[in-house]
Design a protein around this ligand. Structure first.
Ligand SMILES: [Zn+2]
Length: 469
């Protein structure tokens, strides 16, 4: 720890002690006071929004392997350097590189010369169409399981249109996403087995609009020569295509895309830490993913999680808290199409014999925080649940077992208690992986509340530790 930081921490602690002494007749800061202080600092003197503004507006989308992704690495490293942490470093990792190329083009063809253009985007990792595009009849299905019954007889030479919508009555929209995303991820690999020539997937979006939403897909072990192009279609155009097919199953669909896969390139996880004053070997990780898709500017997914995670360390410093344990911010590279950064981070942690007691990820958008979900044993969940009353003044009430974050997931095998910030998710899929994920859709207060909520949990974990068997 450097001396200037120490003196700032001492001064802030003294100041808070004075307030505590006058107001409550005690030199000890209570947990309730510490949380109040974290929320106040985030809401009145927060940095997360301005950092996100730079990441989104000055740099923009940050697809793994892109020039922008490298700019984002440099920028966030510079931000971490400015916080006077004990250590800041880049962890190298090889990441996939895929480019979209020229904007995709698609239309429905009713008869010769009569067409309607529709909004599509290539799925991440898809192969291109031939240069002249693909034009074929369309078979609409609601899921992969329907393919087998149709068989090669019905599917050969056709474009398969996966049109199962996200389930609207699920309150947890991530559940609705989970119930549909197999079409996007594996639809092309499965359809190709029956001789289909292309795949169009309804966008993972609960709203009806004109934005196509990209996302990762995979061909599994399908031979390269058998791979077929896959694209997402906007929900409005998916509905239109479906209606048109009902009226006339003979219509044809045309699409053209020229995306490309390149060899892997070197990139980095961006990491900074405050060394623990009592138990430096116990590591608490907080993070988000620095890469995004190439549509929009990745503000909600996951620029928000990155700046909130950096803000956690700054807030703890700012309120004069000296962590007992090592608190580390990690901006993971390549969550979207490979999870290479997360895999590398956990691998290095294991090789170095690091003791990771807790890891929190924010990767569900910069919306009003509701609480956290946990992937932990009962004892740790019970301890964390006992802190619920402290969060009540901030309307944080959601403490549930079940899921954390993709990037902290690989730490599970080290016995780490995992957690994910759970913001209100109702609007998340309006934006996710599309041109509609931009900084204009970030609300400053909501973002700052998320950062303070994360900082509060990290503070409590640091102070009380986790329960080990
Ligand atoms: Zn994400």
């Amino acid at each position: 720890m450097n001396n200037s930081l120490k003196s700032i921490r001492k001064k802030s602690t003294l100041y808070l002690c004075l307030i505590g002494c006058i107001g409550f007749g005690s030199a000890q800061i209570t947990d309730a006071q510490q949380l109040r202080s974290l929320y106040t600092t985030s809401l009145t003197n927060g940095y997360s929004y301005q950092w996100l503004g730079h990441l989104s507006k000055e740099i923009g989308p940050r697809l793994s392997g892109s020039f922008n992704a490298e700019l984002a690495v440099n920028y966030t490293k510079k931000v971490l350097d400015s916080l006077n942490l004990d250590k800041v470093w880049l962890q190298p990792v090889m990441v996939p590189k895929w480019t979209r190329g020229v904007k995709e083009f698609a239309y429905i063809s009713y008869s010769s010369g009569v067409t309607t253009n529709v909004n599509i985007c290539a799925l991440g990792g898809s192969v291109p169409t031939p240069a002249g595009g693909i034009k074929a009849q369309v078979i609409e299905v609601k899921g992969i399981q329907e393919l087998e019954a149709l068989g090669e007889n019905k599917l050969k030479g056709k474009i398969v249109f996966f049109n199962r919508p996200m389930q609207a009555d699920l309150i947890q929209t991530f559940e609705a996403y989970g119930g549909c995303v197999d079409q996007r991820y594996s639809g092309a690999a499965e359809a190709a087995k029956y001789g289909a020539v292309g795949v169009i997937v309804r966008s993972m979006n609960l709203r009806l609009d004109d934005f196509p939403h990209t996302g990762s897909m995979d061909y599994g072990n399908l031979a390269v020569s058998k791979r077929i192009p896959a694209a997402a279609i906007s929900t409005m155009d998916a509905n239109m295509l479906s209606s048109v097919l009902t009226l006339n199953p003979e219509i044809k669909f045309y699409f053209r895309q020229n995306c490309k896969v390149f060899p892997d390139v070197k990139s980095y996880n961006v990491i900074g830490e405050i060394k623990g004053s009592e138990f430096p070997d116990q590591i608490i990780t907080v993070g988000g993913h620095l890469d995004s898709w190439d549509l929009g500017d990745g503000s909600h997914d996951d620029g928000a999680g990155c700046v909130q995670s950096i803000e956690v360390l700054r807030l703890l410093n700012q309120v004069g808290y000296t962590p007992k344990r090592t608190i580390r911010v990690v901006l993971f590279m390549n969550e979207e199409n490979g999870l290479r950064g997360a895999t590398k981070y956990a691998k290095v942690a294991k090789e170095e014999g690091e003791h990771h007691i807790f890891a929190l990820e924010s990767d569900a958008g910069g919306f009003t925080p509701r609480g956290f979900s946990f992937d932990s044993d009962q004892a740790n969940f019970d301890q964390i649940s006992s802190w619920r009353a402290l969060f009540k003044p901030y309307l944080i009430h959601y403490f549930e077992q079940g899921g954390s974050g993709a990037d902290v997931g690989p730490l599970k095998e080290l016995g780490t208690v995992l957690a994910g910030l759970r913001p209100d998710s109702q609007r998340y899929f309006d934006h996710h992986h599309s041109d509609n994920d931009t900084f204009e859709h970030i609300n400053k207060r909501e973002l700052e509340l998320g950062a303070a909520t994360m900082a509060s949990l990290i503070y409590l974990i640091d102070k009380y530790g986790t329960i080990t068997k």
